[in-house]
Design a binder for this molecule. Structure first.
Ligand SMILES: Cc1cc2nc3c(=O)[nH]c(=O)nc-3n(C[C@H](O)[C@H](O)[C@H](O)COP(=O)(O)OP(=O)(O)OC[C@H]3O[C@@H](n4cnc5c(N)ncnc54)[C@H](O)[C@@H]3O)c2cc1C
Length: 443
């Protein structure tokens, strides 16, 4: 690409917004950022968050720029947020930060930046140029396009018929506004999933004054572990050599020696390469058996939120159970939920006034309901990443088509590239990917 080129970025969450900022700051051509949601610059995680929702990475780890590690901590302190870099800031404050950085970069870039409030529905093109089809029949020509579509809503869990339950009972998308609206103070709530989104919902229910019982259910009933004060240790300087079961054993020894948090954290610089070099059957085994354990240790919770959740568990308000949802039928304005604890044959019933699907983003491309991805997949312009997750991309973030050819003009960033890189859903990983792509596009 040359300095006069035009880059269109679809999605203005962290990934798309920070790519726009980096491109504008590095000079070069025009940048158009396309966002269909109500606010550009925040995305799913830092947009609709309630004040009670905190970042799950400490402030010192959340700079949007790899080469300015204290950028967010400084912004937070200048905004009146009192805690130190090891504290966990509100997610909304992080959205303010991203928007501030976007505004600064746009102001300094003169007329090179355009923000379009539209949904992108398709991208066509040839070796010379791309054309994005937007809603309202608009078209946008560009030299290259970047898909930064982020985290899609969760898939419907087995045993749930959303139409039969009705939208007043079943909330398919926990991130859409109002997942807990309309509940009476004693209404029982079933949360499907026991990860970070379940924590968000339980905290929201507690803050909104609800006193009814909450049942949180997942196959293993595993909850995110809390962060702890950082300790100093000598982190490994090379990726582990072992693979499969031997790797797991080596990891356990290391956790015994230096603590599990450190054993997880020291792998971070190597995780993407470990995933990439693992054969497909090993990746599948990881997804089936280890992923739930990895997720709760890897993506941890601010200690103060963990304490609040444990208080809810101890008081009996919140039950976190390992089990299987067998079915849910609507009757008298409630869902009669049948479920079974893991390892038990006894079928239990729970009458829920609300069921909230917190099973996590649907990662499989073939299940995507996103029109843009469906259109691209239908024409073979994209293909699924490893294990069917997200989009296949190469090291340079170029999207790979159905015939295995990397498209030099179409790129993807962030959680959409999880099948290829695995560890690419949090800011400390995405900011590196964003910077690398910005450097490439402005070289
Ligand atoms: C609730 C939640 C909390 C999180 N908290 C943290 C945290 O504390 N720390 C951390 O490091 N990571 C956190 N994460 C991980 C998160 O994935 C990344 O931090 C980051 O926000 C991902 O940004 P993104 O831009 O890739 O995706 P998103 O934030 O999902 O943004 C994608 C954007 O694309 C838009 N879009 C999608 N399709 C189209 C289309 N066709 N046309 C136009 N616009 C479109 C969407 O409207 C959305 O605004 C959290 C994730 C979630 C879901």
């Amino acid at each position: 690409l040359t300095g006069g080129d035009h880059v269109a970025i679809v999605g203005a969450g962290f990934s798309g917004t920070m790519l726009a900022v980096q491109l504008l700051q590095r000079g070069g051509g025009r940048v158009t950022l396309i966002e269909r949601g109500p606010e550009a610059g925040r995305g799913l995680a830092y947009g609709a968050a309630d004040p009670i929702h905190l970042l799950n990475v400490c402030a010192a780890g959340m700079s949007a720029f790899p080469d300015r590690p204290d950028d967010f901590a400084r912004f937070a302190q200048a905004s009146g947020w009192a805690a130190s870099g090891t504290g966990f800031a509100p997610r909304r404050l992080y959205g303010d930060y991203l928007q501030a950085r976007m505004k600064d970069a746009a102001a300094a870039a003169g007329g090179r930046f355009t923000l379009l409030r539209h949904a992108a529905r398709d991208i066509r093109g040839d070796d010379e140029r791309l054309v994005l089809a937007l809603d309202d029949g608009l078209e946008l020509g560009c030299d290259s396009a970047v898909l930064a579509l982020g985290n899609p809503p969760p898939a419907a869990p087995p045993g749930i018929d959303s139409e039969a339950l009705g939208a007043d009972i079943y909330r398919a998308d926990p991130w859409a506004a109002g997942a807990t609206d309309g509940l009476g103070p004693d209404d029982p709530v079933l949360i499907i999933g026991t990860g970070l989104t379940m924590i968000d919902m339980a905290l929201l229910l507690e803050r909104s004054g609800s006193k009814g019982p909450i049942l949180a259910l997942s196959r293993r009933g595993l909850m995110p572990r809390p962060h702890a004060e950082p300790v100093s240790y000598e982190a490994r300087s090379q990726a582990p050599r072992a693979r499969g079961a031997a790797l797991l054993q080596a990891f356990r020894h290391r956790a015994d020696a230096i603590g599990w948090r450190q054993a997880v954290d020291e792998l971070r610089p190597f995780t993407q390469n470990m995933w990439r070099r693992a054969p497909n059957n090993e990746r599948r085994r990881f997804l089936r058996h280890l992923r739930p354990w990895w997720d709760v240790h890897r993506h941890r919770l601010a200690p103060q939120l963990h304490a609040r959740i444990m208080a809810m568990v101890e008081s009996g308000r919140l039950e976190v159970a390992a089990g299987k949802l067998l079915g849910a039928k609507r009757s008298d304005g409630r869902a009669q939920v049948r479920w079974r604890r893991r390892g038990s044959d006894v079928v239990e019933c729970f009458a829920a006034a609300r069921i909230i699907n917190c099973t996590g983003p649907e990662g499989l491309l073939r299940n995507s309901s996103e029109p843009l991805l469906r259109n691209l997949a239908a024409r073979g312009a994209v293909r699924p990443g490893s294990c069917g997750i997200g989009l296949d991309v190469d090291e340079a973030a170029r999207v790979i088509d159905g015939e295995g050819q990397a498209n030099p003009r179409l790129f993807a960033l962030g959680p959409l590239t999880r099948g290829t890189f695995w560890e690419i859903s949090a800011v400390p990983d995405i900011r590196l990917q964003v910077e690398a792509l910005a450097v490439r596009l402005t070289a």
